[in-house]
Design a protein around this ligand. Sequence first.
Ligand code: ZN
Length: 607
Amino acid sequence: MTGSFFPEEKISEIRDRASLLEVVSDYVALKKTGRNYKGLCPFHSEKTPSFMVNEEKQIFHCFGCGEGGDVFAFLMKTGHFSFPEAVEELAKRYGIGLPRQTPSPAQKKEMSKREVLFRINQLASEYYHDLLTRNQDGAEGRRYLSRRGVQEEIIKEHRLGYAPDRWDGLVHHLREKKVPPELAWELGLILPKKTEGWYDVFRKRIIFPIFDLHQRVVGFGGRLTGEGQPKYINSSESSIYHKGEVLYGLHAARRFAAERDGMIIVEGYFDLLTLHQYGLKQSVATLGTALTTKHIRTLKRYTKNLITVFDPDPAGIQATLRTLPLFLEEEVTGKAVLLPKGEDPDTYLKKGNLEDFEKGVAGAVPLIDFFFDGLIKAHDVKTIDGKVNIAKEGMAMIRRIPEKIRQDLYVRTLSERLGLKESALYEMIRPPRERTRPVEQPPEKSLREEFPKSEEMVVRLMIHHPELIPIISEEKIWNEFETPLLKSVCQELEDIFRKKGKQNLPETLEAFDGALKERLCEYAFEESGIAGEGPTGSGSQRPERMLQDCMEKIRRRKLKKDESELLRRIKEVEKQRDGRGLEALLREHQELTRRAKGLLKGNLQKG
Ligand SMILES: [Zn+2]
């Protein structure tokens, strides 16, 4: 296992010091609800949040798709980290020194290739940045950026760089650093020559490193500083760089999305840099690709107010409208700001129009309204044919909206604009009769196995009040449980508590799966904690007292069960007229009665 890579104590130190809440917040906007935090699950697509984080217990769980675990599991499940990478990332973030181990050949093999790829990108981005900011060879890059009005601070923040007009600058640099050229090739930084050797992909270009959420460079964009074609190039996709997923500037923008209540989406590198320079830090850019569903899913975890800025030319409008269905299906109101003809955010802001731009963002129009406008322009609304066409195309779009209430609102808008009855429009999207009958679904509740309340309570107490585990463990109350599943849970909780000297819920949960795990997560994420354990404490029962009550109930029920079992056996033996057997059983019964009395007495004394 990869776990052998780092000492066990280090791993647990990191787990203790890391804040799961902070780490998850890089990916998901979380809201506090009671003792937990809730948000949209980053691991499956959903409209209502079922993803929960409990900071105190350092666990997360999604009640929609079942993903869950601790902070390491979270990072690994994002798909951006192997286990050793997650350990290193968290150690770095929380200032925990990791012992420098020389990995054995076997461990070296295990060290993920992705990690090496990230290192190469890091080396390359430092090389380009140094050239731009410190080197004689970077003069042309500096001149170019100052001509375009890009400030120092932005150059630093986005670690811009410059690739000079040379064929082998990076090739040399990477060779000095002993980077295998094949890996740099894989990242799209260099290419093999026809004969022998390698050459740089980026030449005479401003370099834009593209970061992931953890400030790691996944890829590069480059813009020519002189004349020529193509103006822009990107490093090729690789195992760490997927164009349809990454958004340029998100690592810097995500913190501002909630505060500014929205996110601005533009297309170009310079548009993005200019927006950030003018203080509109809640901005991201797609990288020469159209906005994808994955982009929207990523962004809507930070805010549901997504605003695209686009060219007012017909091609620009068409391109933006193509994203409308994606927004609708993700239940996000995509909005748009239309700039004056011939402008893009970069040119527009640099002409001193910040205030107008901000107004535009604040009053951004839902994309679907642009869509309706476009339809009405394209067809003659005064003719019957025109109306029918608009209605057809409009309703084809509206039916893609999953939320009924939104559908209704848009149907109303469309009906008003066309002067048609709403019912006539609904008629167009009504499914065939036989399909309208709802399919009977058995209620999920009935599938749930009911556990005895008092046994359930012991487990919940062990989860929420680990300080009681030693008492429970001494009494071994689980030996009197009716439910073997809950017994195994208690034993697992106790086992880990004994070994580690404290609770480790993520590890406990790992031992279970399916419905049982789901149930344990429900206990762990209980909003109100243990019933009766009110925050004010007035009239509430103390957990120890609740535990005693539960144990008593469990014992009494067990006794009763044992007794009826014994009586059944006594009857059987009597039938067989086996005197010796009967005598033993009667003695057993006497013992049972004595124990029952003791239990009752103990109860009276306590009460
Ligand atoms: Zn999920």
